[in-house]
Design a protein around this ligand. Structure first.
Ligand SMILES: [Zn+2]
Length: 209
């Protein structure tokens, strides 16, 4: 299970987790809040928080490692790079949703990043089971590429594209992986957009009566 967000809540520490997939939760870090596109990955500290909130960083050791690059120029430069990458991911996801493949240049970029920042794997015994798990060590900001590109690669190669969709609300820019049985999920979240649209439809119907 690579790249899945473990958090069932929609909002965690000021970040949205409605994507059902780490790559889409990452894409959803620039939502529209109060009619304004709002950047949530504003700096290295925000990225650090997102990595914890998304369940990407879980151990104390990882947190200590990240603290070492907190506020560094390299950390801040990396966040800007990552945000620019997120916008190229947005273009790729929009293409998928429109029935096309991502641009070759973007696939080549992912391929290069996967080779430069492979995921680390560990093996241990847990009671009577042998457990293999992936982990990463954020010794330097660039190490964050590993979990991000692994999740993006998985999204692009293993998820049925018709199950990747944008929220139907015209004023919402959130994307999600529809894992519902019927594949009929329409909104990023019932609380955020679903109810609002239902109320609007109800009011429209009432006006027509
Ligand atoms: Zn929405």
């Amino acid at each position: 299970m690579v790249g899945w967000s473990a958090q069932p809540q929609e909002w965690v520490d000021g970040f949205l987790f409605v994507g059902n997939h780490l790559a889409l939760d990452f894409l959803n870090t620039k939502p529209i809040l109060e009619s304004t596109p709002t950047e949530l990955l504003t700096n290295a500290a925000a990225l650090e928080q997102w990595l914890v909130s998304s369940g990407t960083v879980t151990s104390q050791k990882q947190k200590v490692l990240m603290r070492a690059w907190r506020g560094s120029r390299r950390g801040e430069a990396f966040v800007r790079k990552l945000v620019a990458f997120r916008e190229r991911l947005r273009a790729a996801v929009l293409r998928l949703e429109a029935g096309s493949l991502p641009a070759d240049a973007f696939l080549a970029e992912i391929d290069k990043l996967l080779k430069e920042h492979p995921q680390r794997t560990s093996l241990r015994r847990e009671d009577s089971n042998v457990v293999r798990s992936v982990y990463f060590e954020p010794r330097e900001p660039e190490d964050v590429w590993a979990p991000i590109v692994a999740a993006v690669a998985e999204l692009l190669s293993e998820v049925e594209p018709s199950r990747i969709r944008k929220c139907e609300s015209g004023s919402c820019v959130l994307h999600f992986y529809d894992t519902s049985k019927k594949g009929s999920r329409r909104w990023c979240s019932m609380n955020i957009c679903g109810n609002r649209l239902k109320v609007a439809a109800y009011q429209r119907r009432r006006r027509l009566l």
